[in-house]
Every structure is written in structure tokens, then in C-alpha cells.
Design a protein around this ligand. Structure first.
Ligand code: NAI
Length: 287
């Protein structure tokens, strides 16, 4: 996809962080934008602020991306308002806690729903719409560099992000085999300065554990505040949006923000091919 002006973008997780920066970038490119997010008041405020800056082609749709019917409604509202959709960002995501055996069913269900099922729903609903239009379209699924590495972050987050990478690689093949004018990318950000460390703000009550998590140890608290400080120095979201648009224009499947992780990605591939066990890493909290 090369021409953006006048085209329609749908962005999930658009009220904050990377999604908000992608929204601003789409508007700067002259696009009409549908902003979807579960945090309704923040979403409305963000849309209002952008309208005050003179961007009038914005539709804000409160959406829980984990729920198929809400993604179907998002697509319908997009078509009702703008007629077509050309650029889809399956971006909404949350950081969740727990190691591989301690996370509860509710922990898994929440993170799998927002980070992985959202992308599955997004493809099932929007790809047929794009195919029916017959024009040039692009899909960007947000994974993480955690989807390319071994043993970083926590269990549910890593599983969902590896899942989004795998799903987008299959999507790339399937679209190519169908010979339709739709391309796709998987965005694998490194550390970006966003609000992801407070993801629990959007955790639905029915997926919240009844037993509160045990109080973190001093060591865990310390690791968490160190990581929060690191995130504050992370890449600005506007820079991520520029990198993503370069990737869309060049139709690259893999979009990375930091090349500093490349050696670790190569090490993982080498460990797999030589049956070498990976080194043990310290977990970083949430993200
Ligand atoms: P953020 O917390 O600033 O933005 C995430 C947005 O998703 C928020 O507006 C939130 O309200 C929304 N959201 C959460 N649950 C939702 C649901 N059920 N339905 C609809 N919207 C929902 O975080 P950030 O960092 O901008 O996250 C965007 C994506 O980037 C996520 O997929 C995340 O995993 C990914 N990512 C972020 C990295 C970082 O360092 N910040 C690194 C790697 C990946």
C-alpha cells in the first residue's frame, strides 16, 4: 500500500501508547481513522483532542477486542461510516503476570483474549471485507520482540506474542497464495515508552482473580521500578509510528524497532539448530 490520503484505517488500542501514535500518523497522512479501545473515557478524550487539532475524519468506537461480536460491530460501524477499510492495526495488548505454572486460568484467559484472540478475530472479520473490496490493503499485527526470543517476559505474554508472529507469518503465506492485493506485517517492538505497565487498569472484573496476588517481595518491587524507569527511557511512540509506515510502504513482513535484539534472535535460532540449551534469563515484570 503506497497511497494513504483519503483511505480508511482501523486501529485497536488507539487511546494510548503505540496505538495513539499510529492514529496521529494516519491522520497526518490524510487518512480517515476509526479508533477502537476498551478504555472509553480515555478514548473519547483522545479523539476529541485530535478533532480540536482540526482532524475531523475520526470515529471512536468503544470495543473489547477479546470479544468477536465487538470486532464484528467495529467492522460494521467502519463500513457504515466510511464505506471501506484499507489499513488495519491489530494493536491492542496487555502485559500480564505469572510464571508458567502459577498464572491462573483467569490470568491466561485475559491475556490470551486481548493479545491473541483479538488478532484472530480481527483477521476473520476484516480480511473477507478487504478481499470483497478488491483494492490495495495492509494489516499490521502488533506482537513484540518477546515473540522472537526465548524465555523473556512472563508465560502468557510470551505465548501470545509468539502466537501473533506465527499467525502473521501464516497470514502472509495465505494472502500470497490467494493472490489478493492485501499485504501484512508483524510489528515486534522493543522497549517503548507507553502505559503498558499499568495494563491491569483495563482488566475486566469477571477475569480478575478473587484472591489478590501476594504482595511483591522487595526484590520484585525493585525489579519493577527499574523496569518502569527503563520504559520511560524507551523509544518514543511517534518514532515507532514512523518505522511502521516505512514497513507498510516497503511491504515488509517483519517490522522491528530495535536492532539491539538481533544477536539474541540469532542465538535462539542457533540454539535450536544445535540442540543447545538457552542461558537462564531474569524475568522482566509484565512487558
Ligand atoms: P498502552 O497500555 O499504552 O496501550 C494499549 C492500549 O490497548 C490501551 O489504550 C488499552 O486501553 C487498550 N486495551 C487494553 N485492553 C483492551 C481490550 N480488551 N480491548 C481494546 N483495547 C484494549 O500499551 P502499548 O505499549 O502502546 O501497547 C500496544 C501494543 O504494543 C501491545 O500489543 C503491546 O503488547 C505491544 N508492545 C509494547 C511494547 C512496549 O514496550 N510498550 C513492547 C512490545 C510490544
Amino acid at each position: 500500500m503506497q497511497d494513504f490520503a483519503g483511505k480508511v484505517a482501523v486501529i485497536t488500542g488507539a487511546a494510548s501508547g503505540i496505538g495513539l501514535a499510529l492514529t496521529e500518523k494516519c491522520l497526518d497522512e490524510g487518512m480517515q481513522v476509526v479508533m477502537a479501545d476498551i478504555e472509553e473515557q480515555v478514548l473519547d478524550k483522545a479523539a476529541e483532542k485530535l478533532r480540536e487539532r482540526g482532524h475531523n475524519s475520526i470515529l471512536a468506537v468503544p470495543t473489547d477486542v477479546a470479544v468477536l461480536e465487538q470486532i464484528e460491530a467495529l467492522c460494521q460501524k467502519t463500513i457504515d461510516q466510511f464505506g471501506e477499510v484499507h489499513l488495519l492495526f491489530n494493536n491492542a495488548g496487555v502485559g500480564g503476570g505469572g510464571n508458567s505454572w502459577q498464572a491462573t486460568n483467569k490470568d491466561w484467559e485475559w491475556v490470551m483474549g486481548v493479545n491473541l484472540f483479538s488478532v484472530i478475530h480481527g483477521l476473520r472479520v476484516f480480511v473477507p471485507q478487504m478481499i470483497s473490496q478488491g483494492n490495495s490493503c495492509h494489516i499490521v499485527n502488533t506482537a513484540s520482540v518477546a515473540g522472537l526470543l526465548d524465555g523473556v517476559t512472563n508465560a502468557s505474554y510470551a505465548v501470545t506474542k509468539h502466537g501473533v508472529v506465527a499467525l502473521t507469518e501464516i497470514l502472509f503465506r495465505d494472502l500470497g497464495q490467494e493472490n489478493v492485493p492485501i499485504s501484512c506485517s508483524v510489528l515486534c517492538p522493543g522497549i517503548i515508552n507507553t502505559n503498558i505497565l499499568t495494563s491491569h487498569r483495563n482488566r475486566p472484573a469477571d477475569l480478575t482473580n478473587q484472591q489478590p496476588d501476594p504482595s511483591p517481595s522487595a526484590e520484585q518491587e525493585n525489579a519493577r521500578s527499574q523496569f518502569a524507569a527503563l520504559m520511560q527511557q524507551g523509544m518514543p511512540t511517534s518514532q515507532v509510528a514512523d518505522i511502521v509506515f516505512k514497513g507498510i510502504r516497503e511491504e515488509t513482513l517483519y517490522i522491528q524497532t530495535h536492532d539491539s535484539f538481533n544477536q539474541a534472535i540469532l542465538d535462539r535460532a542457533q540454539n535450536i539448530t544445535t540442540a543447545t540449551n538457552p542461558p537462564l534469563r531474569n524475568l522482566t515484570p509484565d512487558e
